[in-house]
Design a binder for this molecule. Sequence first.
Ligand code: 2P0
Length: 346
Amino acid sequence: MAYQATATAPVNIAVIKYWGKRDTALILPTNSSLSVTLDQDHLRSTTTSRADAAFQGPDRLWLNGKEEEIKDGGRLWVCIKELRAWRREMEESDSALPKLSEWPLRIASYNNFPTAAGLASSASGLAALVSSLSTLYALPQSASELSRIARQGSGSACRSLFGGFVAWREGTSPDGSDSLAEQVEPASHWPEMQALICVVSDAKKGTSSTSGMQRTVATSPLLSARLAGVPARMKAMESAITSRDFPAFAELTMADSNQFHAVCLDTSPPIFYLNDVSRAIIALVEEINRANTTPIAAYTFDAGPNAVIYAQAKDMPVIITAVKKFFPTEQEFTDPLKVGEAPLPQ
Ligand code: 2P0
């Protein structure tokens, strides 16, 4: 007897960044954060979970075809344990239910984009894992309740359980029961909003978010100034989103990205996620915005050099043209016709 469920979850890119934990075991953040879920087919994790009475031994998991250890007491283990406990409670109150909680699991997860390149693969991966297990176990819990579990797999994963514009409320309870994600607005509220992803490098990043943020908490004098300002920034961001005020959204997004990278630089030893190309993208977007009466583009960078540029659909063609002009890809660079140059005579 076997049961199987598949779920997919998209990447989310924060516009108010999560950076720092007040509790590293429960993954409770030092500040609330807000993200946009990139609800497209090309940035997703897909996870299949199978429970089979015939499986032997412990649970096993494969990421992009490579087996990953589910360490006792580790993050994956905690997520699986909590979801299995909910299933067990259901089985105890309804003896007709098959005892899925007693059967070993086999879980396979795939990302359709580079893993660990600062493109939030842990967020979509853990969200897809929690979704697939909650479907397999037929759990009645809401997305917000599931976000509490996903959060313990990877903080930013709690936001990928929702589409659209999503807040992760830091909460105040020491047990983490109120540190949950919730939707601020659905994607349909602001359909003109688009994201352009500029992959500067798809290499695995040097400093992991988990260790980087703890180093910032331990050593950055600037972090307290950032934390003091986040509540007002969250409020302003939510109101910019609710009123579809792109200039306000853009100013807040760029300021928060820059402040996050400032506290990274203020960390000892310093953390450098941006590279020269990232900084050139910042300069280009600032220049595009200066040429307009109000900002039409907003850059943001996570724990890596890749840029995400938010813009409204009507402005995106101008931005893509500018990015392609100043950052031609290798293929476009070597193909003169594509960049509009005359081919040299033989
Ligand atoms: C964010 N990042 O809000 C921020 C911005 C990276 C920069 O959330 O330790 O992989 O697993 O909770 O979720 C990346 O942090 O860290 C992240 P853990 P996670 O999107």
